[in-house]
Structures are given as C-alpha cells and as structure tokens.
Ligand binder design. Structure first.
Ligand code: SAM
Length: 255
C-alpha cells in the first residue's frame, strides 16, 4: 500500500497529533535553544496539560506565560497543575489559536503540522513584534529561512527572511550543500529522539520512514548528493515493502 494509505489506516488522533505532548526533556532543550529568559512573554500554542509552561516558569524564571488550547479538558488539567504548584503568573485560555490574541508574545512555541493552521499562523506571526522568536519543530515556517537551527528545533525571528525557494529552505535546515543517506538518517533520528518518549520501542521504524522521506524530498528538489539512489535507501525501501507492505518508491519523481 502507498504510505498515504498506511497513514490513513492509523487512528485519527495519532495523525492529527491532538494527543501528542512533548516530553519534558524536549521542552527544556527548546527553551534553551530559544534562550528563553525571565523578561520573555511566552505563548505555548496547543499547550495541552501545561507541563511546558510550568517548566518555563520554574526552570527559566519566565514572568509571563500564556497557554492556549481549544480542548477544555486539557485547559482544566493545566489549571489544576498550576493550582497544585501554586503558580499564578500564567494565563490559560480555551481558544482557537488561529483567532486568539497573541500580540504581546516575545516567544511562541508552535508545534503543528496541519497545513491550513501552519499557513494561517505564519501570516499572523509575521505581524508580531520585531524580535519575537517563533519556535517550530521539524519544519520552518513555510516560505521563510530559519534564523537558527538545532534540528529538529527551528527558530524564525520577526521580521522573517523570505526564502528564494524550497531548495534554499531545505539546505538552510540541513546546513549542507546536499543531503546524503547519513544526513537523512541522522536528522530523522534526532527528530524521533527529541519528540519520542524514552521507552518508545518503535523508534527504529519511525527513523526509517522519516529518513526515507527526507532523502526522497531532497532528491525530488535536486539537492540529494549524487545521481544514484544510495544502497541503504534502496535497502530500506525494500524492507518497508517486503515486511510492512508499505510503498514509498512511487514518491520519487522520475523527471
Ligand atoms: C501541541 S499540538 C501538537 C500536535 C499538533 N497537533 C501537530 O500537528 O503536530 C497538540 C495540542 O494542540 C491543541 N490544538 C489543536 N488544534 C488547536 C487549535 N486550532 N487551537 C488551539 N489548540 C489546538 C490540542 O488540543 C492539543 O492539546
């Protein structure tokens, strides 16, 4: 089956990422990466149970935090967490991030993959105060060059810098002239390790899929190293097809 069919066979909540919550380790790395400090006004969009905001306040001394989530249950459990911790300098709002007021943010944590949401929010982020840092994970804001990358963490600072094309954006993320198998694998692994829970048993499977997708995208954009398909890529394509009945080869454009 095509990889899209495989993805469509997974539970909807997995694909939409609704139930996904970053591990504490990732929050700490992200905040260090963005040099979060006490003067910042942090917005966590899709804040879930509020654990990220608690880390920002307790470990980074941030004085003003706002968490927005459109799920009332999650906002209630975040409220409970802050009551237990006796933290008062956080505002929790049960709202849709695409319409919610975020105008006083100096740092925004934004981990969404829904294309419509990402496009809408990119427009809104461009109007934020100069110097505002927008943290994304895995991909930069569409159309813009990142200001800082420690993959999978990516920072765009207002005013955003336009990328010439997707190719320039991709190379800025990988910090290389071309993408080979080792780079694709290393970056895929960094992503699975950053967002996965430490006890996840299926890391290797995810890394295989992610590295194939990275390499195939690079190839289609003309930034893969060399003309040949590397042997490990051929091997993993064949493992996925033989043992998991998942086809990714058709994604390669044969132009
Ligand atoms: C932090 S996001 C992470 C995963 C993300 N959905 C993705 O695409 O990768 C998950 C959180 O965002 C919340 N959420 C999803 N859509 C939202 C929206 N339009 N406005 C506010 N919160 C939203 C969910 O309730 C959940 O707590």
């Amino acid at each position: 089956m095509k990889i899209e069919e495989y993805l469509a066979s997974l539970p909807r909540s997995i694909i939409s990422g609704e139930e996904v919550q970053l591990p504490n380790k990732a929050f700490k790395e992200l905040f260090q990466f963005a040099k979060l400090d006490k003067e910042d006004t942090l917005y966590h969009l899709g804040c879930g149970d509020g654990k990220g905001l608690a880390i920002a306040i307790e470990e980074f001394g941030v004085r003003k935090c706002v968490g927005i989530d459109n799920d009332q249950k999650k906002i209630s459990s975040a409220r409970k967490l802050f009551e237990e911790k006796k933290i008062t300098n956080v505002t929790l709002r049960c709202e849709d991030i695409t319409t919610s007021d975020i105008s006083d943010a100096t740092v925004v944590l934004f981990w969404f993959t829904d294309q419509q949401v990402v496009e809408k929010m990119t427009e809104r982020f461009s109007t934020l105060k100069e110097g505002c840092r927008v943290i994304t994970i895995w991909g930069p804001l569409p159309g813009f060059l990142p200001d800082k990358v420690d993959f999978p963490y990516i920072l765009n600072v207002v005013p955003f810098k336009k990328a010439k094309d997707l190719k320039e954006q991709l190379l800025a993320i990988f910090g290389k002239d071309c993408v080979d198998f080792v780079t694709a694998w290393e970056y895929a692994e960094r992503y699975t390790k950053a967002i996965g829970s430490p006890e996840a048993g299926n890391d290797r499977f995810l890394t295989i899929i992610q590295s194939l997708i990275i390499w195939i995208n690079a190839k289609n954009l003309g930034v893969a190293c060399g003309d040949e398909i590397p042997q490990p890529i051929k091997t993993y394509i064949s493992i996925l097809r033989t043992f998991f009945n998942i086809d990714v080869e058709y994604l390669l454009s044969h132009s």
